[in-house]
Design a protein around this ligand. Structure first.
Ligand code: HEM
Length: 201
């Protein structure tokens, strides 16, 4: 029994789970299909967004499901989820650059709403991923948490980026993914407001 527990609690097992969606992506790259790179833009973008959303849902879930082990188990692995979100976003950006080539920065491509929102979301991800190590957490102290709050900006930009795809045809898929997070954040806001009020009274 304890060896099963050790297996599930191992960070390597969690990393293996986070890597699973990359397997069909790598296999897709080795196909002869000339559209293979373009086709991989979708799953890499989706998994970047999904892992970011799951990482952001953990704190409000802990508030909602007080005492439950699931959210606490995830909380210990939240940084891994953030790094995985960055890794998929990085692959997404590289695939986009390979697919578009020089056009990515010319011909007005970057001025398109759904493109610049993606780039800014990605640029926000970079310092968050770089400072995800224990060394940076120690070095930055309380400023680390402040820096991590930039993820909210990246999330809003990702939502807009996704929704604006294909002349705003991405709204449905983006909302399906973001509504649980929005609902949990609304719950968290209400919870904090109630606590503040009860302290004042
Ligand atoms: C690095 C800058 C980025 C660029 C240039 C970019 C560009 C693109 C492009 C061209 C598409 C596909 C459009 C099509 O269907 O033809 C796409 C889709 C998508 N991107 Fe990005 N993106 C960027 C960053 C991000 C980031 C940081 C995230 C998430 C954290 C993200 C999430 C998504 C999602 C979820 C989709 C939709 C996938 C689907 O259709 O199911 N993107 N992006």
């Amino acid at each position: 029994m304890s060896s099963i527990k050790t297996f599930f609690n191992s960070p390597y097992t969690f990393w293996a789970i986070l890597t699973l969606p990359a397997i069909p992506l790598v296999l897709g790259l080795s196909s002869d299909d000339p559209e293979a790179i373009k086709a991989l833009l979708h799953p890499t973008g989706e998994f970047a967004a999904r892992f970011m959303i799951i990482a952001m849902m953990i704190t409000p879930l802990m508030m909602l499901l007080k005492g439950w082990r699931g959210p606490r188990w995830l909380m210990k692995r939240r940084r891994y989820l953030g790094v995985a979100a960055f890794a998929y976003a990085f692959a997404h950006a590289i695939l986009y650059l390979i697919d578009e080539g020089a056009v990515a920065f010319t011909g007005g491509e970057i001025s398109k709403f759904y493109i610049w929102t993606g780039w800014i979301a990605f640029l926000i991800f970079v310092p968050l991923a770089v400072t995800s190590t224990d060394g940076w957490v120690r070095k930055l102290g309380p400023r680390w948490k402040t820096l991590q709050r930039f993820i909210y900006g990246a999330a809003v930009l990702t939502l807009l980026h996704w929704a604006a795809l294909h002349e705003w045809g991405g709204v449905g898929a983006a909302m399906v993914h973001f509504v649980p997070l929005i609902a949990l954040e609304a719950y968290r806001l209400g919870y904090n407001l109630r606590r503040q009020r009860s302290r004042v009274v």
